[in-house]
Design a binder for this molecule. Structure first.
Ligand SMILES: Nc1ncnc2c1ncn2[C@@H]1O[C@H](COP(=O)(O)OP(=O)(O)OP(=O)(O)O)[C@@H](O)[C@H]1O
Ligand SMILES: [Mg+2]
Length: 351
């Protein structure tokens, strides 16, 4: 026997894994599926007719936002990682999705709740582990970079102690100065760029052309550069030298990854309404640098933008961390997505 879709609906509704509520404009609960009683620890009968807030002893749901977005503007509203405490004192973290629905000329709010405690805990543990590894790598790298010049300085000072000949003494002094400068340079690079930006309206494509010219001076693997520019992009106020430095480092990284040749693509676009975490950009310039190399090594992915993360002989691992500082100074965003055969870096700069 084939059941009609209609007759299946009540069963479907009660078997959804998400806890689903239907609220009216005053946030009174009209319907709740079975998963709600499990989540809230209250029978469905005890939920219906109650205000939403009565289902919690404490909650961080942004009711004002739901009012504004869902009821007034009619757009969906998502709230991530909302901490709540239920009536029976159980604490939980929820993801909420709310949408306006109309039924028989009455406006309702459809609210889907998913519990994400396990994911949050897993993320925290995994973040902690990655940070621990990044910190260890940073300390090891630093120790290594500092120890070499220190050894040189100590050796030269020892020689200086017993050296009678003036020209030899001069050589030792020179060595000490050289190694001290090396240490200063290291510290400066670690501290990152600290000058103020000199922003002027710039043609981004001219900046990218300079990067291509510079990077192609040394193109021993015959890497192809493909340009996919949006010519309608107007001048944008940036510190041209700094943005050039950022893109050049990313292009150099791609060149260094393409050991057997390949392709680097530079793309420019205008993007609207971008959200990353708390930050919202109404209008942004996207500069995308893509290569078809082997991809970022798995063990580097989570901490890619940390200082001293590198797997290159002689690499300082500071390129991407400096890039991030410079993009932050522009109030922009930088991210990376990578798998075997594809690596893309996206730089967003606000207009
Ligand atoms: N396009 C890419 N493909 C594969 N791996 C990459 C790519 N870009 C970056 N990486 C990886 O990210 C690491 C960090 O890059 P970053 O530019 O910060 O430092 P680096 O290039 O190792 O050293 P530096 O830039 O200071 O000389 C690199 O060592 C490399 O392993
Ligand atoms: Mg680099």
């Amino acid at each position: 026997m084939v059941h009609s879709a209609e007759s299946l609906l009540p069963t479907l509704w009660h078997n959804l894994s998400a806890a689903v509520l239907v609220l009216d404009e005053k946030f009174i609960i009209h319907y709740a599926n079975n998963s709600c009683s499990e989540l809230f620890g209250l029978g469905i009968k005890r939920l219906i007719g109650q205000p939403l807030s009565a289902a919690f002893s404490h909650h961080h749901i942004n009711i004002e936002r739901i009012n504004q977005y869902v009821l007034l503007d009619g757009v969906d509203c998502q709230q991530h990682r909302v901490d709540v405490v239920f009536i029976d004192n159980r604490a939980a973290t929820l993801n909420l999705h709310t949408r306006r629905i109309q039924h028989q000329n009455i406006t309702y709010i459809l609210m889907e709740c998913r519990r994400i405690d396990d994911e949050v805990r897993f993320d925290q543990a995994s973040n902690q582990l990655h940070q621990y590894h990044a910190a260890r790598t940073l300390i090891r790298g630093l120790a290594h970079e500092i120890k070499n010049p220190l050894g040189g300085i100590r050796g030269a000072a020892q020689l200086l102690q017993y050296e009678g000949c003036q020209s030899e003494r001069d050589q030792c002094a020179e060595l000490i100065i050289e190694q001290a400068d090396r240490l200063t340079e290291l510290v400066d690079r670690l501290l990152g760029p600290n000058q103020l930006l000199h922003k002027t309206p710039c043609n981004i494509h001219q900046t990218l052309e300079s990067v291509i010219k510079l990077s192609m001076l040394d193109n021993e693997h015959n890497i192809k550069v493909v340009k996919d520019y949006d010519p309608s992009i107007p001048d944008i106020p940036i510190d041209q030298a700094k943005i050039q430095q950022v893109v050049l480092n990313i292009v150099r990284n791609a060149q260094q990854a393409l050991l057997t040749g390949g392709k680097i693509t530079l793309t420019t676009r205008i993007k609207h309404r971008l959200r990353r975490g708390e930050r919202l950009m109404k209008k942004a310039l996207l500069i995308q640098i893509t290569d078809n190399g082997p991809g970022i090594a798995d063990e580097l992915k989570e901490t890619l933008f940390f200082p001293m993360i590198t797997n290159k002989d002689g690499g300082s691992g500071l390129g991407l961390s400096i890039a991030q500082t410079l993009i932050e100074q522009h109030e922009g965003m930088i991210d990376c997505d990578s798998w075997q055969g594809h690596t893309e870096f996206n730089i967003y700069l606000p207009f």
